[in-house]
Each structure stands twice: as structure tokens, then as C-alpha cells.
Design a protein around this ligand. Structure first.
Ligand code: GDP
Ligand code: MN
Length: 336
């Protein structure tokens, strides 16, 4: 078996141990999953799907992150079903837990308010930790340090079609920074002050706005209000350097200083999406129609019958989320 590379350390340019399986060129990329030990069955299902449909042919490394150490069972079962190198990382506690300077009384009031509005995860502090981590910290983890590209995968998702091309190489060759398969509306109650905060930031830093950005996807009135459209970030293939760059670093720090991740329930999906839509050009954002993807309760199934047949898709095309009422796909296509 040719895959023996250690992805954690420095990547030796003469180490070709990770270049093979199907013999084509590899991107500097890793597949990334944040998971809890209790999610091992669901994590294994996702890994198994992506390995069968894609990675057994490509051998990209996997990185698993958790704020608690992974159990031996978790590691063993994952190692048994992955083709590439695997790393299990611990998240530093200051990247995960609610910081001391956050006013706990305000945070409690914020949670109570969302509970009274029956909003999912309204009372959950750990969910807020996760959203803040996925917004501002994952790309700084030491295990990701030497990588440029990542593919985010969650426990219990499904990949419905063979992915016979390399999406990382596609991104690289076409100058893309961010990609998605599903776009939808956010719950307004979780982000009451997010858009005003974004507008304050843009006023202070108009230089970060990309020419030809996707403001018209986010707003129906030239930026005055947010229409709640975002890319569903449980699937992401993206450029880590975009998050590491100056615009996003300043943007995240500004959002974080307002503590909306705790006083409200700002999600990493709207935060990533707003940044990608404003700080990247619209031609740098990729919609991957060919990737059949499901995260309950929504599925994206490729549109072209030919692609579904060639790639042995198991999804039902009429179940595809793209043109349903809750989808922002029409809006996305209109601005292209
Ligand atoms: P949803 O998709 O918004 O319903 O949220 P999920 O429960 O799927 O969480 C999103 C991602 O974060 C998944 O990869 C979860 O495994 C992970 N996650 C959520 N909460 C925690 C947590 O407290 N600890 C760890 N380690 N991972 C978490
Ligand atoms: Mn999920």
C-alpha cells in the first residue's frame, strides 16, 4: 500500500507517498471532520460514503478534530475505513470555549430568548462553541497548518454519486476559493444584529469588498438589509488561505468582539457565506452540481440525467433541494 505519509509534519516535496492511488496530480488538501466521540457511527457512515465515492481513488488525508481526546474505538474504526493518512487532533481550549470576557448574563438572556422562540439549539452553549470554532478557528489548527485546501464533512451526511474528478484540483485550476452544493435561508432569530455588524465593518473597511462580489445574492436592496441567503456550510470545499487572509481575519475579529456567537446564535454558515460573497469575486465561488450530497433534511441531486447515470447516483432527482421554496438557488443563478 503506497500511502504512508505523515500529514502532520512538514510536507517533504520529495515524498510522493501521497501522490498515488489513481496516479494523477494531488492538491495540497485534506478532508476535515469535526466530531464528538459519541458520533462514531455517524462519522463512520460519512467516511465510508466519501471513501467509496471519491477518496479510495485519490487517497487524500483525513483530519478529525474534537475538543476532547478521541477514544481508541473512534480512532480504530476510522482507520479501518480510510484510504489516506489519518490524523486526530485536539482543539486548544481557547479556540473552543466561551471566552471569559463574554458577559454570561447577556449570553444567558440570549439563550432564553431563542428558547422562547423555539429556535433549534437555542439553549445550547456547545453549539455556539462549535459555530464560533468553525467561523474563526478551524483553519488555525496546527494539523491544518501546511494545507491550502479542505473539504468539510460532518457525521451522518451522504454522498450520492461517484465523484470521479478531483474537486480540489478543479478549484485550483479555476481560481475558486469557496464552493457549495446547497443554499438556503437562515433563521432570522439567530442573527438579529449580524447584518448591522457586517455593515459597520464594511463602512470601516470598504477596501475589503471585492469587485464583482455577490452582494446581490445576500441583499435585495443593495445591502440595506440581509435576505438570509447563505451557503450550507456543512459541505464546504474551500481555500484555507481565504480565511487566513487579512480581510477575513479582521472581519472575524470584529464579529467576535461583538460576542454575537453567544449573545445571539450566529452560525458559521451565514458568517462564511457573507464573507465569501463580499470579499471574493462571484466567479471565485463554485456551485458543484455534480456532487450529490445529503445532510438531513435536504439533498442536492445532480440536475443532468447523464451525470446521474454516469456517476451511479442513488439520489432521487425530484427530491433535489435546488428549486424548492426554501432554496436560494434561483437568487444565486440570477446574479451569475
Ligand atoms: P447542525 O448540522 O447545524 O445540526 O449541527 P451538528 O450537530 O451536525 O454539528 C455540526 C458539526 O459540529 C458536526 O461535525 C458535529 O459533529 C460537530 N459538533 C457539534 N457540536 C460539537 C461538540 O460539542 N463537540 C465536537 N467535538 N463537535 C461538535
Ligand atoms: Mn450537521
Amino acid at each position: 500500500w503506497p500511502l504512508t505519509g505523515d500529514v502532520a509534519g512538514v510536507r517533504d516535496p520529495f515524498d510522493f507517498s501521497n501522490v498515488y492511488v489513481n496516479g494523477t496530480r494531488r492538491a495540497n488538501a485534506a478532508i476535515l471532520m469535526l466530531a464528538r466521540n459519541s458520533e462514531i457511527d455517524k462519522a463512520a457512515n460519512s467516511v465510508r460514503d466519501l471513501e467509496d465515492r471519491f477518496n479510495s481513488n485519490f487517497g487524500y488525508p483525513w483530519i478529525f478534530l474534537n475538543e476532547e481526546p478521541f477514544t481508541e474505538e473512534f480512532k480504530e474504526r476510522i482507520r479501518n475505513i480510510t484510504s489516506g493518512p489519518v490524523e486526530f487532533g485536539l482543539i486548544p481550549s481557547d479556540h473552543w470555549f466561551q471566552p471569559d470576557w463574554v458577559d454570561e448574563e447577556k449570553a444567558t438572556q440570549g439563550r432564553d430568548k431563542l428558547v422562547s422562540q423555539n429556535i433549534i439549539y437555542g439553549d445550547s452553549v456547545s453549539y455556539r462553541n462549535m459555530c464560533r470554532f468553525n467561523s474563526g478557528f478551524f483553519y488555525r489548527h496546527p494539523l491544518l497548518k501546511n494545507f491550502k485546501w479542505y473539504w468539510r464533512v460532518e457525521p451522518d451526511v451522504r454522498f450520492h454519486c461517484d465523484i470521479s474528478f478531483d474537486p480540489f484540483i478543479y478549484m485550483e485550476e479555476h481560481g475558486k476559493v469557496y464552493s457549495f452544493t446547497i443554499t438556503l435561508y437562515e433563521y432570522r432569530e439567530t442573527i438579529p444584529t449580524l447584518w448591522d455588524t457586517v455593515k459597520e465593518f464594511i463602512n470601516d473597511h470598504p477596501e475589503y469588498l471585492a469587485p464583482n462580489n455577490s452582494m446581490a445574492y445576500l441583499s435585495n436592496d443593495d445591502g440595506r438589509t440581509y435576505n438570509l441567503c447563505h451557503f450550507w456550510s456543512n459541505f464546504e470545499i474551500a481555500d484555507l488561505d481565504f480565511w487566513r487572509g487579512e480581510a477575513y481575519t479582521e472581519f472575524f475579529n470584529y464579529l467576535d468582539s461583538k460576542a454575537g456567537f453567544y449573545y445571539e446564535r450566529w452560525g458559521d454558515a451565514p458568517v462564511h457565506s457573507i464573507a465569501a460573497a463580499l470579499f471574493a469575486r462571484k466567479d471565485q465561488i463554485q456551485f458543484f452540481d455534480e456532487i450529490g450530497y445529503e445532510h438531513a433534511p435536504f439533498t442536492h441531486c445532480p440536475r443532468a440525467g447523464k451525470s446521474r447515470k454516469e456517476n451511479h447516483c442513488s439520489c432521487r432527482p425530484w427530491q433535489s433541494f435546488d428549486y424548492t421554496g426554501y432554496s436560494c438557488m434561483r437568487k444565486w443563478e440570477k446574479i451569475q
